[in-house]
Design a binder for this molecule. Structure first.
Ligand code: ATP
Ligand code: MG
Length: 375
């Protein structure tokens, strides 16, 4: 033991401690940490839930120097949770894109760090997520242009909070916002993250909303002459332009190209109809999450509580809150199709999308029709 220690000390003195900390130099700043170094950096928890995975993906995007993070959060009918995260950070060189899912692979050899969640820089988070994910992969990443990653989890195997719709309660304590109540769902994880990183723009929504947001926001950065005609996205030289991956969708001039970009670059699978509606500006875009807005929404939701004297009595039931936004969107789309079919019989068409309003124990649906002039 004495001898090994002596040799190790000798090597450390000659080479600095770099030699003892890394097992393999993978190039481009990527290393595989030695087991002892990784153990030294051991963190408390591995990935136990979808929320844990989301937090690690956010930490990685932050560490990459991103200022914008787009997150699409979608539940499939088969209980699979599909998450795409697109950031505008430093990107990952091609040869490292597979290796970062191996254990102890990191670029944070000299920047091992503490944040409010503990130590990071072990090169273990993506490896751990991969063990519990149905699929996780880099869809696209270019140095200096950001990264797009898709994560799919089977929620019958990897837990997630049932109530993803609940908004966390925030109080201002000593002048700083703090989450004081609420289930630890994805929105709460992001809210806590945002409180500590208010400089980040984090956009969260279902697939259609995120694509609509990136598409709309990127319109101003793409010249008309640069838009794809019918050649498919492979023909563009967009990488030469000083644009980020999320702005690529702005190049699409037709639905087919936008669909191709959404699918292969961002992992956002949308129907032709959805894509067309995005291009016509009919799908709502989302704003970056803001702590003030989250607080306002929470207050709005609890307005149903009546004060009697000092005692608060909540209105007996509010069942409609259990319908989450994804399900309402599914309902809206089905109504659209049914209303179109029935309307055709009377030469009528929907004026706009069906409106669905949550009202305590009911969903109020409004289907505004107008004459179909084309017919
Ligand atoms: N969004 C991203 N943008 C750029 N590089 C990334 C991104 N996500 C991961 N990486 C790279 O992949 C490496 C491995 O990530 P991983 O989360 O597994 O480990 P880590 O962040 O180094 O440490 P920890 O296990 O504590 O999270 C990172 O060190 C980083 O170089
Ligand atoms: Mg990490």
């Amino acid at each position: 033991m004495e001898e090994t220690g002596g040799l190790l000390n000798f090597v450390t003195n000659v080479t600095g401690d770099r030699f003892t900390r890394i097992e393999e130099d993978l190039g481009n700043g990527y290393v595989r940490l030695s087991i002892t170094e990784a153990e030294r950096r051991q963190a408390k928890n591995d990935i136990q839930s979808v929320e844990d995975a989301v937090l690690e993906l956010l930490r990685n995007a932050r560490d990459s120097g991103a200022s914008k993070i787009f997150m699409s959060f979608q539940k499939e009918a088969d209980q699979r949770r599909k998450i795409s995260i697109i950031d505008d950070g430093c990107g990952i060189p091609k040869p490292a894109q597979e290796r970062i899912f191996e254990s102890r692979v990191t670029t944070k050899l000299d920047t091992v760090n503490f944040d409010q969640y503990g130590i990071h820089g072990r090169g273990m988070a993506l490896f751990s997520i991969k063990q519990s994910a149905d699929d996780i992969r880099i869809l696209h990443s270019i140095e200096g242009k950001g990264t797009s990653l898709r994560f799919i989890a089977d929620t019958t195997k990897l837990n997630e909070k049932v109530d993803q719709f609940e908004i966390p309660e925030i109080e201002i304590i000593d002048g700083k916002p703090e989450v004081t109540k609420g289930v630890r769902n994805v929105l709460r994880v992001i809210t806590e993250f945002l409180i500590n990183h208010p400089q980040l723009e984090i956009y969260m929504g279902i697939a259609g909303e995120i694509l609509a947001t990136m598409y709309t926001k990127s319109q101003s950065t793409v010249f008309e002459s640069e838009r794809s005609k019918n050649f498919g996205i492979a023909c563009f030289n967009w990488e030469r332009r000083n644009l980020k991956i999320w702005q690529l969708c702005g190049f699409a001039s037709n639905a087919e190209t936008l669909k191709e970009i959404a699918n292969s670059f961002y992992g956002l699978e949308l129907s032709n109809r959805h894509i067309n509606r995005i291009m016509c500006g009919q799908i709502k875009t989302v704003s970056p999450l803001s702590i003030n807005e989250i607080m306002r929404k929470k207050v709005g939701l609890t307005q149903g509580e009546k004060s009697v004297g000092k005692k608060k009595i909540s209105i007996s039931e509010n069942l409609s809150k259990y319908f989450n936004d994804n399900d309402l969107q599914v309902l809206r789309e089905s109504l659209n199709i049914i209303a179109e079919d029935i309307g055709n019989k009377y030469f009528l068409k929907l004026q706009r999308d069906p409106e669905i309003v949550r009202e305590k124990n009911r969903l109020k649906i409004l289907l505004p029709f107008e004459k179909d002039e084309i017919i």
